[in-house]
Design a binder for this molecule. Structure first.
Ligand code: CP
Length: 302
């Protein structure tokens, strides 16, 4: 994977994805290693982030590298009208790797085409969030001891949720049975359903979460993505469609775990947090190890 950008999860083969998960397990055991001495990673965030940006930066810092960048593009020359192309060309003079989040779908692919150094997509609009997918795969494997033959339910905003889009594509490699629970307005896009069909896998679209609770191994909750709605009234109509509460966790499989890419708004009640099923904060921690694995693989150090 040396020098290889990661823009869409399908840019990396199943074998390449697994090699990142294997290496992440090594970093989970040894997260502090001074192997990035002299390397500079740029984090360019044109959209807000807590976990993705800070876990990338934590990953680099714990490996002895340096981070440059911005968390708010209004503090950069973008504010003066500089183009994305010129920004990327400039930053690729100053760094060995660029991690970018941008609200425009396709912007990360474009950045990778003009950059002199590899680019990692940290989320482009509603399209893809491939590093979240790698940490989701790592977490699913950690909790289930396998990625194969699982029953996975996705709940909430399946239309705009980029973490859902890239994770569904990755799980098509593992004989997954999918359950998609959303309001009609927020159904999974057709092109992702086509990926599932082309993999000869089964999926079910429902509106009631209760119908699947006893069947599933993973419950992947998502936030309704307010920032993607053009009509605020439509957001108001659907924002409280699904709220997971502790008393809904009665008739479930023993191994069932609840994941969420976070941030959470109100879709998981706080009384769920101390149940044995809640795993979303460990999931966020895994982001550091997976991103250490990804960075060192792309830089050709591991
Ligand atoms: N999961 C995720 O992308 O979180 P942030 O928006 O906080 O980075």
């Amino acid at each position: 994977m040396k020098g290889k950008s990661l823009i869409s999860i399908n840019d990396y083969s199943k074998e390449e994805q697994i090699s990142i998960l294997e290496l992440a397990a090594h970093f989970e055991q040894n997260p502090i290693q001074k192997i990035l001495d002299g390397y500079v990673v740029a984090t360019l965030f044109f959209e807000p982030s807590t976990r993705t940006r800070l876990s990338f930066e934590s990953a680099v810092n714990r490996l002895g590298g340096k981070v440059i960048g911005f968390s708010d593009s209004s503090s950069s020359s973008v504010k003066k009208g500089e183009s994305l192309k010129d920004t990327i060309l400039t930053v690729s003079n100053y760094s060995d790797l660029i991690v970018m989040r941008n609200p425009v779908e396709g912007s990360a692919r474009y950045a990778s085409e003009v950059s002199k150094v590899p680019v990692i997509n940290a989320g482009d609009g509603s399209n893809q969030h491939p590093t979240q997918t790698l940490l989701d795969l790592y977490t699913i494997r950690q909790t289930q001891k396998t990625l194969d033959n699982l029953h996975v339910a996705f709940v909430g905003d399946l239309k705009y949720g980029r973490t859902v889009h890239s994770l569904v594509q990755a799980l098509c490699n593992y004989n997954t049975t999918f359950y998609f629970i959303s309001p009609n307005e927020l159904k999974l896009p057709s092109y992702i359903k086509m990926n599932i069909k082309n993999s000869n896998l089964k999926y079910y679209q429902l509106t009631d979460m209760a119908e699947v609770m006893s069947n599933i191994d993973i419950l992947y909750m998502t936030r309704v993505q307010r920032e993607r709605f053009s009509d605020p009234l439509e957001y108001e109509r659907v924002k409280d469609a699904y709220i997971l509460k502790r008393d809904m966790l009665t008739d479930i499989k023993e191994n069932m775990k609840i994941l969420h890419p976070l941030p959470r708004v109100n879709e998981i009640s706080e009384d769920v947090d101390d149940t044995p099923q809640a795993y979303y904060f460990q999931q966020a921690l895994n982001g550091v190890f997976v991103r250490q694995a990804l960075i060192t693989s792309i830089l050709g150090i591991k």
